[in-house]
Design a protein around this ligand. Structure first.
Ligand code: 5GP
Ligand code: MN
Length: 346
């Protein structure tokens, strides 16, 4: 699990770069999760406290279960109306912080703006195979969450005493969600050490757990029940299980951003299953989510077959086919080529 770049190799240069206040924008990946939004907002508060002029721009909207985070109501959403304002901010920025993603393709239309702007680019990320677009690249796949890296950067920049309860809770939320509640194999001693310090910094862990995990709507629970009973398919001969969710299903259950988050983990939770997928028919294409156990590398599978990537045990991608039936067929037809790896996964 070696990092492509040596994490913090640019730290001294970055410190001097940040020593004078800069006008900047902070961007998470599209459909930001707890780690993406939490890291952006904690970094945002830190930079504001240091006298920088910054704004968070999200490529898209994000789940309701993140809407407790301080500063989230000041986030500019690029898609569906924020395009012009975002373009102006990116053009005027001296620095663009790219948090929790490794490729400008992961921020949709904002990617082109960032690519051609004159600002210095900073990447802080823990995904595999970072692309080489940033002036400062902080990339390390041994971190469970970008929030761990932002915590460390803040500490390195002598900012620990600036971490207030809101920031500690945003960072905690990102670590909690990206580790699946401290249960995935990415959870390390460092994860717990950082988390312990966030608790010292007043993160209320029970409160954040409740905000994030006890935030179901009845529609979402009914949708989960439907998906489990009607849309889950199991292929024991490949130790694989997957959901295929249609656009009509999404409509029927009044699906809101974030509602399908976590479904794929139910498929993976079966005893003999080592590979799980969720295939969802979205407006802008068929979105793939992959999860795996142990040695089976979901990110290699996502990259080779679905224009995607991510982490070894959690990855995603997009289908190059337009219909869900065809995508399901493509997915199931790929499995024989991976049979050996799937059967031997541990
Ligand atoms: P999720 O299934 O929760 O959308 O994503 C799981 C992991 O895969 C996340 O770390 C996410 O950043 C990554 N991922 C999701 N979709 C894509 C994609 O389309 N391309 C790439 N490269 N990574 C993705
Ligand atoms: Mn992350």
């Amino acid at each position: 699990n070696r990092a492509f770049y040596n994490y913090m190799q640019d730290l001294e240069g970055f410190k001097s770069f940040l020593s004078s206040p800069k006008k900047g924008v902070i961007i998470p990946h599209a459909k930001p999760d707890g780690d993406a939004l939490g890291s952006c907002l904690a970094w945002y508060h830190f930079l504001l406290k240091k006298g920088h002029e910054v704004k968070v721009i999200s490529p898209t909207d994000y789940p309701a279960f993140l809407k407790w985070m301080k500063g989230q109501d000041e986030v500019l959403v690029y898609e569906d109306g924020g395009e012009a304002e975002a373009e102006k901010l990116v053009q005027e920025a001296e620095v663009v912080y790219c948090l929790d993603f490794n490729d400008l393709k992961r921020i949709n239309g904002l990617g082109e703006l960032v690519e051609k702007c004159t600002a210095k680019k900073v990447m802080v990320d823990h995904h595999q195979e970072p692309t080489d677009f940033a002036d400062f690249t902080f990339s390390d796949t041994s971190y469970a969450a970008t929030c761990e890296m932002i915590y460390e950067l803040i500490v390195e920049l002598d900012g620990r005493e600036l971490v207030d309860q809101d920031m500690a809770e945003e960072l905690y939320a990102g670590i909690m969600t990206d580790t699946g509640g401290f249960k995935h194999s990415n959870t390390t001693k460092k994860t717990h050490t950082i988390t312990a310090d966030l608790i010292d910094l007043k993160a209320d862990t029970a409160k954040i757990g409740k905000y994030i995990y006890d935030a179901n709507s009845l529609d979402r629970l009914r949708f989960l029940g439907f998906a489990l009973s009607q849309r889950l398919q199991v292929l024991p001969e490949y130790r694989t299980a997957f959901f295929a969710i249609t656009a009509e299903d999404l409509k029927k259950f009044n699906e809101q951003t974030g509602d399908t988050e976590g479904f794929v983990n139910y498929a993976l939770s079966m005893r003999e299953i080592v590979f799980a997928a969720m295939i969802i028919q979205r407006k802008d294409g068929i979105k793939m989510s992959f999860r795996s156990k142990g040695t089976f590398d979901a990110s290699v599978f996502a990259k080779a077959n679905f224009n995607g990537g991510g982490h070894k045990n959690a990855a995603g991608g997009i289908s190059d086919l337009e219909d869900i039936e065809g995508t399901v067929e493509k997915f199931t037809n790929l499995l024989p080529a991976y049979k050996e790896e799937l059967l031997n996964a541990n």
